[in-house]
Design a protein around this ligand. Structure first.
Ligand code: OOG
Length: 248
């Protein structure tokens, strides 16, 4: 079952044809869903992609309400998802992509299995944009469905890294499409303080066996609801004091 489900989601992504929710005709536990996610990511790695990071989802109440779910989830980022700042994203590779402004952290060293998340694990922070693209029809899913689908992860753009600083808890976030404001909020939307995403990501990664090696990027989750992408637009996310991330 796990293999079949991963194959179904992988095919939806590679052929750009959305599929039915797995939970529509199967009881899918959260553990099963993380097993499907692992298998799905293994397929990317088998095609030559490398581990890049982990991402949290539904760390913001607005996001969770937008999608009708209310638990934090974790997924994985691979090298094939990474765009350089200012690069072009090809919408033809995606089904119904949406973008959201985020904050990214970087692990300074390997986290040992079972190690409690403490200070010094993260040495850098950057503004980021995550592109999500549900492999399910109409972007509709249950919590287990979206976990199996690697939390809708599709692409990520990071701005400049800078040394981790204190006081990230209430920074203005402005999300622009072609210079018009498409979303605005505060980093407070991310678990009250995006720094809380660090222990949350470490605990969830340890629980579900996601890698936490030195250099792993942690995406803390969206600060505003996601915005559907249309061709030919310029998208940017600015986090006060951290600068901006962009793509076209
Ligand atoms: C799931 C991913 C949500 C976030 O930042 O909350 C997410 C989805 O909405 O498709 O990445």
């Amino acid at each position: 079952m796990i293999e079949d489900f991963a194959a179904r989601l992988d095919e939806a992504a590679t052929t750009r044809k959305p599929c039915a929710q797995l939970s529509a005709d199967h009881e899918l536990s959260l553990d099963d869903a993380y097993a499907v996610q692992r298998e799905l990511v293994e397929r990317r790695l088998a095609r030559g992609e490398r581990h890049f990071g982990v991402k949290l989802g539904f760390t913001s109440k607005a996001k969770a309400a937008q999608m009708g779910v209310d638990d934090v989830i974790i997924g994985r980022l691979t090298s094939g998802m990474v765009l350089a700042d200012g690069d072009e994203l090809d919408l033809g590779d995606l089904i119904h992509p949406r973008a959201e402004p985020e904050v990214a952290f970087r692990l300074s060293r390997d986290v040992e299995p079972g190690e409690a998340p403490g200070p010094g694990l993260v040495d850098a922070v950057a503004p980021a944009i995550e592109v999500i693209d549900s492999r399910y029809r109409d972007f509709k899913f249950s919590l287990a469905d979206v976990v199996a689908d690697n939390t809708s992860a599709a692409a990520v753009v990071l701005g400049q890294w800078q040394p981790l600083e204190a006081g990230l808890d209430n920074r203005g976030v402005v999300f622009e499409v072609d210079g018009r404001i498409a979303g605005a909020g505060s980093t407070a939307a991310i678990l009250g303080d995006p720094l809380r995403a660090i222990p949350a990501a470490v605990r969830m990664a340890q629980r579900y066996g996601l890698p936490l090696t030195a250099g792993t990027v942690l995406l803390a989750g969206a600060a505003t609801p996601a915005v559907a992408l249309t061709a030919g637009t310029h998208v940017s996310a600015t986090v006060s004091g951290l600068g901006r991330a962009r793509f076209s």
